[in-house]
Write a protein that binds this ligand. Structure first.
Ligand code: URA
Length: 211
């Protein structure tokens, strides 16, 4: 199976990402930009949603018009806590989506992901899932989140982030080659603390002003 990585090169996404990377960007501005990028990324990541044709009436004439074909709304699964920033923007574009949450913390020594929360719609096995986390760094959280989601058997899974490290992509696709990755950029490398270089720092801390 070919493991897919799509870099979303839309100029607005790239411009906003550069603003987010800058150390002097304030907490409020960072959050606003992540929200706006979430909307743009959602637009790109949903390009391949299947359509069906239904008969409708405009004020002037009947026609067969395209509508989303899926019987059930998609599920956006946010990896807490930084996933929340992307989720908010995505929900602005897809307000009827269902939402799941996975709580994982990164062990500061081993960088291994440890689960502390998991809540998804009961009928997720009939729905397509988009997992969101701004930073694909070591890939440990993303792998753990998808491992856990596969236990509840969704129809399909995509993974969306803002920034990815090459090491994270390799690790993720070694475990889940069937899950396509969408990202706005692939950076240079991971440092010894598991941070993406040049990156943008700690996404959660920058979103919430906790550092
Ligand atoms: N998580 C972040 O928020 N930033 C990184 O660079 C890596 C992981």
């Amino acid at each position: 199976m070919k493991a897919e990585v799509t870099v979303i090169e839309h100029p607005l996404v790239q411009h906003k990402l550069t603003l987010m990377r800058q150390a002097e960007t304030s907490t409020g501005k960072f959050r606003q930009l992540l929200h706006e990028i979430g909307i743009l990324l959602a637009y790109e990541v949903t390009r391949d949603l299947p359509l069906k044709y239904e008969e409708i009436k405009t004020p002037l004439a009947p026609m067969f018009a395209p509508m989303l074909a899926a019987d059930k709304k998609m599920v956006i699964v946010s990896i807490m806590r930084a996933g929340q920033g992307l989720l908010d923007g995505i929900l602005e574009l897809i307000p009827s989506a269902r939402v799941g949450h996975i709580g994982l913390y990164r062990d500061p020594i081993t960088h291994v992901a440890v689960e502390y929360y998991f809540k998804v719609p009961y009928d997720i096995d009939q729905r397509d899932v988009l997992v969101v986390d701004p930073m694909l760094a070591t890939g440990n959280s993303a792998v753990a989140a998808v491992d856990r989601l596969k236990e509840v058997n969704p129809k399909s899974i995509k993974f969306l982030c803002l920034l990815a490290a090459p090491e994270g992509i390799t690790h993720f696709h070694a475990q889940h080659p069937d899950v396509p990755i969408y990202t706005a950029a692939i950076d240079e490398y991971l440092d010894e603390n598991g941070y993406i270089i040049p990156g943008l720092g700690d996404a959660g801390d920058r979103m919430y002003g906790t550092k």
